[in-house]
Each structure stands twice: as C-alpha cells, then as structure tokens.
Design a binder for this molecule. Structure first.
Ligand SMILES: Nc1nc2c(ncn2[C@@H]2O[C@H](COP(=O)(O)OP(=O)(O)O)[C@@H](O)[C@H]2O)c(=O)[nH]1
Ligand SMILES: [Mg+2]
Length: 348
C-alpha cells in the first residue's frame, strides 16, 4: 500500500488501493451497518458479476456456468437477483444490498425490461409510502429504496445506443444513475477519452438525468465542490474488473493479465474502478442515500399523491438529481435544481 501525503486522516480502505484518499466520515455511524442498496443494469457480458466480486473483494456471484448449446440463442426473461454483503469501509460497517438484473437487454424487444425495472424501483417507494401512512409503524420495516443504479455501457467507442438512452432517460428521474463503461480496458486511453466525451454529449443532448455529483445546498467546503467537479469530469466511470491477485513487491495487486501486459484494476491510471469504489462506499454514500430519500422519493411521493406524472413529461427539468450537460461536455459547471424537502421521514 502506497503511503499518502502523510496526513493522519488519509486512508486506503481497500488493501488493493494504490492511493490513499481522505478518510470521510460524512455519514453517521450505524450499529448494524449502514444499508446501501445498489442496482446493476447492463447487457450480459459487460462485467457486472465481475465488478460486484471486485467491489466486494470476494466471490459474491460465482462465474456463470456454460449452458445448453441448443438453448443458447433463447433469451431468458430478465431476473432481479439479490445479494447482501457485509462490508467495512474506513471503520464504517455497510450492509451492501445488490440487485443484479441478468437478462437485461438480451432479447430483441427490451420494452418489458424497462417497464419492469421502473416498476421495481417504484415498488420500493410504494412500500415506504404505505409504511408512512400506517397508524402503527412496523418497527421491523426495511427500507429497500435503491440508492444508486450503475448502468453498464458497452465499450463500442462510438456513442450511446438506443437501449442505453431509453433506459437512462426513463429511469433518471426515479433513481441516481451512475453511468459506467464496462470492460473499459478494450479501449485505448485516447479512445476512452473520446468515448467518454461522446457518451456525455449524448446524455446531454437527450436530456438524460443522471447523477452527476451535484453540489448540495450545504456544500460546503471548497474541497467538496472541487471533488465533485473532478468526478463530474470523469463520467462515465471506466471500470475494469477481475478476480486475479498477483504479488508485486510484497503487496497484492489485482490484475487482468494479457499476453502483452497487465491491467491493474485499482490503478487510477488504468481504470476508474478504485475511484468509483471510493465514491460508492465512502465519499458519496451519504449523498446518494440523501438524494434518494429526500429528493427522488419525495418527488415520486408528490407525484403519486397529486396524481401527476412528472416522469412522462418534464422529467429532466424537475428531477432534483437531474443534470444533463456536464463540465466535461460543455466546459462549464452545471447548476443543480434544489432538492425537495423531506416531509415524512422514515427511518432507513
Ligand atoms: N476485458 C475485460 N473483460 C472483463 C472485464 N470484466 C469481466 N470481464 C470478462 O467478461 C466476461 C463476462 O463477465 P461477467 O462478469 O460474467 O459479465 P455479466 O454478464 O455482466 O455479469 C467474463 O469472461 C469476464 O472475465 C473487464 O473489465 N475487462
Ligand atoms: Mg453476471
């Protein structure tokens, strides 16, 4: 583990991290662990399973076994698969709940997948809404609202495809979407820069509301504002996953080995994986939870109770986490609409 700047608060929570980042205690301690619910969406083969195993530093989902050749061309319906992993990050216990969606985008018509994912997300909101309206609260109620959706983009080097635009456009007003490029080691550094730009231009041109590291009202110190701008410019995160660990000068390094060289998963110069890991489990876990509970859910609640449908209309304009153009795409900072205040808190 490389030493950081020498400041005591710097930590490298993963043994694989190459850099130490500031220890972030922006979230409150939770005895049983802070629940954090993440959904993984993307076409098969983009590395969702590998990403999850890499993130959790253990085999959460075993590699897929070869199926029956005769049935290989028949797409199975999309499923929602749940995994719960106890994590510890920077001294903080996190209960990571993952919802994987194998089968997404595998068929010819994906309409059903979009609808089912939207319904799934909204069902979690409906459960909270029902709980808020109960006279006697259920003390064992579990909040299953999803705090982030990682959308895996195929590393085509061209631009977003219709399926990507459609999925993100539909769901961006309901959930914090973080776009990631799967298997990003298939692009050269130059291709990657151009591809990232094209993706962000497409996101901007289509008015897709993604989570693009907005500065919140109480933001805060200059450092957070700077950090958010830096993260915004990195979007979409280029991820590489792997399960192989080698020993390099006495320390474990996770690599993808090729005949011509190795890709170090946790090396910032090779992939954005380590930065994304830190964003999810450390620096932005509180933001993602807050925006889900106080912004996106409140918007849904207002919509549901007033009978309006914001998502079908002017979603990008009304979504609190909505953003279209990014600093990377436009060269100018993006202003975030204010968050809707929370009126009926439910313990998470
Ligand atoms: N080149 C490359 N291959 C990857 C990466 N992550 C996973 N793979 C490989 O891609 C294939 C599909 O990965 P998997 O995690 O099962 O994808 P899933 O279908 O999205 O869950 C496997 O052969 C993985 O070893 C990556 O970052 N880069
Ligand atoms: Mg998988």
């Amino acid at each position: 583990m490389k030493e950081g700047s020498g400041e005591e608060q710097n930590v490298a929570p993963s043994v694989y991290s190459h850099v130490s980042r500031p220890g972030s205690h922006r979230y409150k301690s939770a005895k049983k662990g802070l629940p954090f619910n993440v959904m993984l969406v993307g076409e098969s083969g983009l590395g969702r399973t590998t990403f999850l195993n890499t993130l959790c530093e253990r085999v959460v989902i075993p590699p897929r076994e070869a199926g029956n050749c005769e049935q290989a061309h028949i797409a199975e319906p999309m499923q929602f698969k749940h995994y719960t992993v106890d994590m510890e990050e920077d001294g903080m216990k996190i209960v990571l709940n993952i919802i994987d969606t194998p089968g997404f985008g595998d068929g010819i018509d994906n309409e059903n997948c979009f609808t089912r994912i939207q319904e799934y997300i909204e069902m979690q909101y409906d459960n909270v809404l029902a709980e808020e309206n109960r006279i006697k609260r259920n003390t064992k109620f579990t909040d299953t609202r999803i705090h982030a959706l990682l959308y895996f983009i195929t590393p085509t080097g061209h631009s977003l495809r219709e399926i990507d635009v459609e999925l993100m456009r539909r769901l961006g007003s309901r959930i914090n979407i973080i776009p990631v490029i799967g298997r990003s080691d298939s692009l050269t550094p130059r291709e990657l820069v151009l591809f990232k730009q094209r993706v962000m231009n497409d996101i901007s041109a289509n008015g897709i509301p993604i989570f693009n590291f907005p500065n919140s009202d109480d933001d805060e110190d200059e450092e957070s504002v700077e950090e958010n701008a830096e993260l915004r410019a990195m979007l979409p995160f280029a991820v590489v996953g792997c399960e192989e660990v080698i020993n390099e000068e006495g320390r474990p390094v996770r690599v993808r080995k090729y005949p011509w060289g190795v890709v170090q998963v946790d090396n910032d110069e090779h992939s954005d994986f380590d930065r994304l890991r830190y964003v999810l489990l450390n620096s932005h876990i509180a933001d993602l939870r807050d925006r889900t509970q106080n912004g996106l859910y409140e918007l849904y609640r207002t919509e549901k109770l007033s009978g309006t449908n914001i998502i079908a209309g002017t979603a990008a304009a009304t979504n609190p986490a909505a953003v279209a153009p990014t600093a990377a795409a436009t060269g100018s900072p993006v202003v975030q609409p204010p968050m809707v205040p929370q009126s009926h808190p439910v313990a998470a």
